[in-house]
Structures are given as C-alpha cells and as structure tokens.
Write a new protein. Sequence first.
Length: 92
Amino acid sequence: FSQSKEIFDYLLGPDHIERGLLDFWSVIGPMVIMSGQHYISRVTFLFSIYDMDGDGSLNLSEVVIAVRSIFRGMSHFFPKASLPERSRLEQL
C-alpha cells in the first residue's frame, strides 16, 4: 500500500483537504457511475481512467485509488453519506 499512498498523495497534493479541493478522479468517477450510460460503457470508461499505467489491468494500487476516489467523490455529491474508514478500505 505504500505505492498507492505515494500515488494518491501525488494526485491530491499535501494540502488537498485543508483547501477543500477536488481531484479529477473524485469528480469524474461518481459522475460516470451516476450517468445514464449503459453499465458496460460506464465500467469500460472507469477502467480506462483508473488503469494509470495502461497495462490493461488494474493492480492493487489502482483499485485502492479507484475505490477511495469514488467514495470521496460520492461523499461530496451526497454530504450525508459517510466514508468508510481507511483501514476498512485497505482490508478489502
């Protein structure tokens, strides 16, 4: 998980939370999920944006980034929703 933390920190920046900024993945992921597109189209698009190294598969770091960013993004769209604890996500 150290690799995923480094990637995530790079993507969000050190002062992400303090400044209240959103990153691309936290916005686009939930928007795609909530779109009216066909399921396969949504999954294909999400796969393509989270396959950051372009190897045709999602490694553990990419899956962790996808889940975290989608949950984080969904919490912005639905303020009453709560994020799972970080340790819980890492257990998945």
